[in-house]
Each structure stands twice: as structure tokens, then as C-alpha cells.
Write a new protein. Structure first.
Length: 202
């Protein structure tokens, strides 16, 4: 197992731990526990992104019981740059949230949603096929939507704003899905490497 592979796995595991803590620990320590592990998750993203940016290689392949190619997260220099930048912001957000979050923003749903939002953003740049990309994209979109809904019971404007945000994010998902469907049909594969080989007349 390479360092990049370990880093990718660490982000997935730490995101799950963060979400689990958000729902299982008492409210008085929820922000501290979830924020700390959220920061650790993003720290793993910083290290992994830096390794990818410096040319280190590694990947995770997940075989599905569906008639699609295996999901693959792998390293690339450009992906490493974006992972590094997003993860730095993730650390700052998680650490700031420990002291800032209170009331609805410190709820179980808020901290769990933040965990999925961050890991989705951190791993989108590592996707090497359209299915992996869409899975990480939707994880990010749903996480951010749930974050917006956290205060819906206290601020009535939140509900209408969330409806608009959700509609726009899902419309984006459908448009990207449509584009990938056309490209995958032409390339005969869902992998980005196969799509990259297409010509305008393919």
C-alpha cells in the first residue's frame, strides 16, 4: 500500500468516524470531538494532496455488484493541487467550528453533514471515472444541503433558500450526468482516460 492509497483510505475512514461521533457522543463534547476528527480528516487530505502534487502514486478500486466498471480514486498532480487547497480550508472550518458552533449549528445533523460535505469535496479531484466523480459530487451536494437545513426550525428563510439550492445542485448533477452519459456511450467506458481519447468525430 502506497502513502497516497493510505491517505485516500484515511479520509474515508475519518469521515465515517466523524459522522459516527456526531450522532453518538453527548452534546457537551460533540463539537470538540466532531471538529477534531473533521480537522484530522482534512489534515489527511492535505498530506495526500501534497503527495499527489509531488508525483506520488496510489489508488483505491471498489468493485460494485452493478453492471458498471469498478469505482477508482487515484492520484494525479492536478487532483492533488485541488485536494490540498480544499483540505486546508476544511481544517480551518473544522477548527473554527469547535468554538463557533452552538444551538442548531452544533446539532448531530450539522456535524455529520459537514463530515460528508468535506470528504466529498476532498475526493472529487481523485475520481478517475464518471461514476466515482458523480458519487463524490452527490456526497458533497447532499452534505451541503443538509448543512443549510440545520437552522430551518429557527429561521423560516432557510427552508426556501435550501429548496432553491437543492434544485440548482441537483440540476447541475443531472446536466453533468447527461454529459457523462454521452461521453461514456461514445468511449465505451466510464473512465476518464477512455473519454480523453475521443475525437470530435468519434
Amino acid at each position: 500500500m502506497t502513502a497516497v492509497t493510505a491517505g485516500l483510505l484515511a479520509q474515508l475512514v475519518l469521515a465515517l468516524i466523524t459522522a459516527t461521533l456526531a450522532f453518538s457522543v453527548p452534546a457537551r463534547i460533540r463539537s470538540s470531538a466532531s471538529g477534531t476528527f473533521g480537522a484530522l480528516n482534512s489534515a489527511a487530505g492535505v498530506v495526500t494532496g501534497a503527495l499527489m502534487l509531488s508525483g506520488n502514486r496510489g489508488s483505491i478500486t471498489i468493485t460494485l455488484a452493478l453492471p458498471v466498471e469498478p469505482l477508482t480514486l487515484a492520484s494525479s498532480r492536478l487532483g492533488g493541487l485541488f485536494m490540498l487547497l480544499v483540505s486546508i480550508v476544511g481544517i480551518l472550518v473544522s477548527v473554527y467550528g469547535i468554538g463557533y458552533a452552538h444551538g442548531a449549528t452544533a446539532s448531530r445533523t450539522s456535524w455529520a453533514s459537514l463530515a460528508f460535505f468535506l470528504v466529498g469535496m476532498q475526493l472529487v479531484p481523485a475520481a478517475t471515472d464518471s461514476v466515482s466523480f458523480l458519487l463524490m459530487w452527490e456526497t458533497m451536494a447532499l452534505g451541503s444541503t443538509m448543512l443549510l437545513l440545520a437552522e430551518h426550525a429557527h429561521r423560516h428563510q432557510v427552508s426556501s433558500a435550501t429548496i432553491w439550492y437543492s434544485a440548482m445542485s441537483q440540476l447541475s448533477f443531472l446536466l453533468i450526468l447527461g454529459g457523462f452519459t454521452v461521453l461514456a456511450a461514445a468511449a465505451g467506458s466510464t473512465s476518464f482516460s477512455a473519454m480523453h481519447g475521443l475525437t470530435p468525430h468519434s
